[in-house]
Design a binder for this molecule. Structure first.
Ligand SMILES: Cc1cc2nc3c(=O)[nH]c(=O)nc-3n(C[C@H](O)[C@H](O)[C@H](O)COP(=O)(O)O)c2cc1C
Length: 192
């Protein structure tokens, strides 16, 4: 049993209690060995029926440029405003590594679609935490590209698939402000 009065001495708890997102990210991003660990952590997500209802796309280097071009084509096709079209190619350049997490549901009699999508979403936070444990940071983003069917087509998603997150990973440009004082956890808890 962990010492409940010394959370700082418990690295796993420290990671969970003090995790922050970083929006401004630069090199280095996770290399192949780090990415392998990050994906292995994702594969340990709670998974009803072990359906593995997810898959990932990753972009770094030139791949981010191709991803940005795909976002821009989709923005044009959807008739989005000029400032959105203009900005689209730069979106993936905000971090050295971008992972697109995709819920890829399996036909199953037992496990509902929503369970499978929750499972896929769980991989995003797991990967963010794993990246943090490896000395990187990142941010989980959605935005219009997450829901845009044109983006889905550009990225070869099936009709059943849904993007559950764009995970931007790299090295923080600057520390975030200290975490604002948390609400008391009991504000979110009702005992039955
Ligand atoms: C599904 C999901 C989508 C999100 N999309 C965005 C986004 O598009 N842009 C953004 O700035 N933050 C987004 N966030 C919030 C950030 O990931 C982050 O949690 C937030 O900036 C607060 O920082 P913190 O994680 O350090 O508390 C999203 C979070 C989730 C769970």
């Amino acid at each position: 049993m962990a010492d409940l009065n010394d959370e700082g001495a418990n690295p796993a708890l420290d990671l969970l209690l003090n995790r922050r997102s970083h929006h401004r990210l630069t090199d280095p991003g996770p290399g192949d060995a780090a990415l392998d660990l990050i994906l292995r952590a994702a594969l340990r997500v709670p998974d009803f029926g072990r359906l593995r209802p997810f898959r990932f796309l990753a972009a770094r280097g030139e791949g981010r440029i191709r991803l940005g071009q795909a976002l821009q084509r989709a923005a044009v096709a959807a008739g989005r405003p000029p400032h959105v079209v203009e900005r689209a190619p730069r979106m993936p350049l905000r971090a050295p590594l971008v992972i697109v997490a995709i819920a890829s549901p399996r036909a199953d009699q037992t496990v509902p679609l929503f369970d499978q999508q929750l499972c896929a979403a769980g991989t995003v936070l797991t990967m963010q935490l794993a990246a943090r444990a490896l000395g990187f940071s990142g941010v989980w983003r959605s935005g219009w590209p997450m829901y845009d069917r044109g983006v889905h087509r550009e990225l070869d998603l099936t009709e059943q698939e849904q993007i559950v997150g764009f995970l931007y990973l790299g090295t923080p440009v600057q520390d975030t402000d200290p975490r604002p004082p948390a609400n008391h956890p009991s504000d979110y808890l009702v005992w039955l």
